[in-house]
Design a binder for this molecule. Structure first.
Ligand code: SF4
Length: 250
């Protein structure tokens, strides 16, 4: 076992960089690429990593991961097979306008073993993502046994009374009426689009630590990019076992 990964307990996948949203707070910037990770390689990586490390959670996100639902299903099936207890999906909920397809995807997410869905709903997402289809998806998930929560992005802090947060609270209330709770969400970090469009809300004279940065000497979570990159290697070019063994902090 690689000593720098001895506490590894979480695997994350950026399923695709393609997205149905164009959010002005997006930390990934403009979504010009439609790259998506190969479903078989991703599922195989889950099995191999969980065979060696004590993995507690697997999370799929994007871009919009449900543009490639089969990949999401395969990753979570592998996670369930390996007895990984927490199997999460973060989605903006807008991947189709077809109610039958929306229902089918919700059912297949449940079948594949996803046990928590965090639905991105806030003033930023809803500038470009129609709420009608997001609610249709949320309702379809409610009809399964998968837990679903709304997961907002807050500007400055959840308590700050800026116009975006006020709008976000109104949107969340709509979902609370559907018996969908609000998760903690996250506070927008100044990078990507947020730095371009929302800079007046950040104190750029101070260095802000990215909350998602990992200690390279004690990695607890690894994240696969949509092109297969992970820990300085790429699963389409090198076996995941070798990538894990060869990892060295930079
Ligand atoms: S914040 Fe999420 S939904 Fe919005 S553009 Fe970025 S990845 Fe897409």
């Amino acid at each position: 076992m690689n000593k720098y990964l001895k506490n590894l307990n979480r695997i994350e996948f950026v399923v695709t960089m393609a997205c149905t949203g164009k959010c002005r707070h997006c930390s990934q910037g403009e979504h010009r690429s439609s790259e998506n990770i190969d479903k078989h390689s991703a599922a195989d990586a889950v099995r191999k990593i969980a065979g060696e490390y004590d993995i507690e959670s697997v999370m799929t996100f994007g871009g919009e991961p449900l543009l490639y639902p089969e990949t999401v299903f395969e990753i979570h099936k592998a996670a369930r097979e390996m007895n990984i207890p927490k199997r999460q999906l973060i989605t903006n909920g807008y991947f189709s306008k077809d109610s039958d397809k929306i229902k089918l995807v919700a059912e297949k997410l449940a079948e594949s073993g996803v046990n928590e869905i965090l639905l991105s709903v806030d003033a930023f997402h809803q500038e470009t993502i129609p709420l009608e289809y997001v609610k249709m998806f949320a309702q379809a998930v409610k009809e399964t046994d998968v837990e679903i929560k709304v997961h907002p992005a807050w500007l400055v802090s959840p308590q700050d009374e800026n116009p975006y947060n006020i709008k976000t609270k109104e949107l969340l209330a709509d979902f609370n009426v559907m018996n969908i709770e609000t998760a903690e969400g996250n506070v927008i970090f100044p990078s990507g689009n947020a730095l371009v469009y929302l800079s007046e809300y950040f104190d750029l004279s101070k260095e802000t630590k990215n909350p998602y940065d990992e200690d390279p000497y004690d990695v607890k979570a690894i994240c696969f990019s949509a092109n297969g990159d992970v820990l300085g290697g790429n699963i389409h070019k090198k076996k995941i076992e070798e990538i894990l063994t060869d990892y060295l902090p930079k």
